[in-house]
Write a protein that binds this ligand. Structure first.
Ligand code: FES
Ligand code: FE2
Length: 378
C-alpha cells in the first residue's frame, strides 16, 4: 500500500481544518450521504426511549418503538415544521406530541392526532407521518444515512475491516454488539473532526505523547505497529498482565475470544467517525460528532462482558482511567494542531511520513467524497 506512493508528500492543506465552506461541503457530501455512526443501540434500552442527534445540520430523532424496533425520523413536525423533540434524550409513553398545534405521532411515525382535522374526509393523514431516516444496526452501533438510496454499510466499512484483519474472523470474536457499556465519557475537543481521526490512524505520536500506553504496548514505540492487511495485532509487554492503568489484570478475557487473542491490542477506524480499540477484556469505542469546523464532540464508551458488568462489585475504573488518560493526551495535541493549521506557515499543508500511510488513506477517503460529481451525475 505505502510502497506505491512517494515516501514523503504533502498532507491536506490547512483550510480543510477550519474553512466553513469545506465543513459545509463535508456535511453535504460526506455526512449527508455516507452512513454515520450516532451511538449505541443500548443507549435506547426500553420501548419509548428516544434520543435526538445532529447529523449534517439535521436534527434526527432516534427511538425504540412499542414493538421494540429501533427507528429514526427527521425531528420535524409535518404540520408547519416545528422541532418535535427538544431534549437530547427522554422517554415517550406511546406517542410524541408537537408543542405547537398538538399533532401527535405514534412511535412508528404514524400521525395519530391532529386537532379538528384528523377525521376530515379530505385530509390524508397517512401522507403526514414523520419522515423516516435509513438506520442500520451493526455490532450494536447505530448508523444513519441521509441518502435517499444509501449503499450498504458493508461497502463503506468493509475495506477498513479487511485492512486490519484480512479475511480472518478475528473481529467477530469480540462480539462487540453484545457487550455492555459500563462507562461513557463525552469530550468536547477544540479541533476539526479529521484531526481527531487522523491522530488515531498514526502511532508516530505514541512514543512522545503516550508514555503509559507504549509502556503497555511497546510495539507502538517505533511507529510501525501497523503493517498492512491482516497484521497480527500489537502484543502487550511481556511483564504486564493487562491493558489497565495498573498493568494488572482484574477481568477475565471476553467470552468469545480464543488463546491467540489473549494478549493483543487492535485499533482501527470505521470511516467516517468511529474509532475502535479491542483489548482482551474490554473494547473502547469513540464516536466523533463534528460540531463545527474547529469543534468536535467525542463520546467514548468502555464495553465489557455483560455478565461481568452486572456484578454488584464490578469496577471498570482501571480500564477507564487508562484510556481516559490516553484520550486527554490525544485531545491536547489535536487542539495544538488545530491552532497551527490556520497559520500561513501551514497554508499548503504538512508532510506525511511513511508510517502515516493510514492517515493518508483516510485523507484520500475524505477527498474522494468531497470531489465534484462527474459531469452529468446527480
Ligand atoms: S407545527 Fe407541529 S402541530 Fe403545528
Ligand atoms: Fe494517541
Amino acid at each position: 500500500v505505502a510502497s506505491s506512493q512517494p515516501r514523503f508528500s504533502s498532507t491536506l492543506p490547512g483550510r480543510y481544518y477550519y474553512d466553513p465552506a469545506i465543513f459545509e461541503r463535508e456535511r453535504e457530501r460526506l455526512f449527508g450521504r455516507l452512513w454515520t455512526c450516532v451511538g449505541l443501540a443500548q443507549q435506547l434500552p426500553r420501548p419509548g426511549d428516544f434520543r435526538t442527534v445532529e447529523l449534517a445540520g439535521e436534527s434526527i430523532l432516534l427511538l425504540r418503538t412499542t414493538d421494540d424496533e429501533l427507528r429514526a425520523f427527521y425531528n420535524v413536525c409535518r404540520h408547519r415544521g416545528a422541532r418535535l423533540c427538544t431534549t437530547r434524550q427522554g422517554h415517550a409513553s406511546g406517542a410524541l406530541q408537537c408543542l405547537y398545534h398538538a399533532w401527535t405521532y405514534a412511535l412508528d411515525g404514524r400521525l395519530i392526532g391532529a386537532p379538528n382535522i384528523l377525521q376530515a374526509a379530505d385530509f390524508d393523514r397517512t401522507a403526514y407521518g414523520l419522515l423516516p431516516v435509513p438506520l442500520t444496526l451493526w455490532q450494536g452501533l447505530l448508523w444513519l444515512s441521509l441518502a435517499e438510496q444509501p449503499p450498504s454499510l458493508a461497502t463503506q466499512i468493509g475495506p477498513a475491516l479487511f485492512e486490519r484483519f484480512g479475511d480472518q474472523p478475528t473481529f467477530d470474536r469480540y462480539t462487540v454488539g453484545h457487550l455492555t457499556a459500563a462507562r461513557t465519557l463525552v469530550y468536547s475537543v477544540a479541533a476539526n473532526w479529521k484531526i481527531i481521526v487522523e491522530n488515531f490512524t498514526e502511532c508516530y505520536h505514541c512514543s512522545p505523547v503516550h508514555p503509559e500506553f507504549v509502556r503497555l504496548l511497546p510495539g507502538f514505540r517505533t511507529a510501525t505497529a501497523y503493517s498492512g492487511p491482516g497484521y497480527a495485532g500489537t502484543p502487550l509487554a511481556d511483564d504486564v498482565e493487562a491493558f489497565s492503568i495498573t498493568g494488572r489484570a482484574s477481568r477475565s478475557r471476553l467470552p468469545g475470544l480464543v488463546d491467540e487473542d489473549e494478549r493483543l491490542y487492535y485499533g482501527f477506524v470505521l470511516p467516517p467517525n468511529v474509532l475502535v480499540n479491542l483489548l482482551p477484556d474490554h473494547v473502547v469505542i469513540h464516536i466523533a460528532e463534528p460540531i463545527g469546523p474547529a469543534q468536535t464532540q467525542v463520546t467514548c464508551h468502555w464495553l465489557f462482558d455483560p455478565t461481568m458488568a452486572v456484578e454488584p462489585n464490578f469496577d471498570p475504573s482501571d480500564a477507564v482511567e487508562l484510556f481516559d488518560l490516553v484520550n486527554r493526551q490525544d485531545w491536547q495535541v489535536c487542539e495544538l494542531t488545530q491552532q497551527g493549521v490556520r497559520s500561513r506557515a501551514y497554508h499548503h499543508g504538512g508532510l506525511y511520513v511513511p508510517s502515516e500511510y493510514e492517515l493518508r488513506q483516510f485523507n484520500d477517503f475524505v477527498l474522494a467524497h468531497l470531489a465534484e460529481e462527474p459531469t452529468g451525475a446527480d
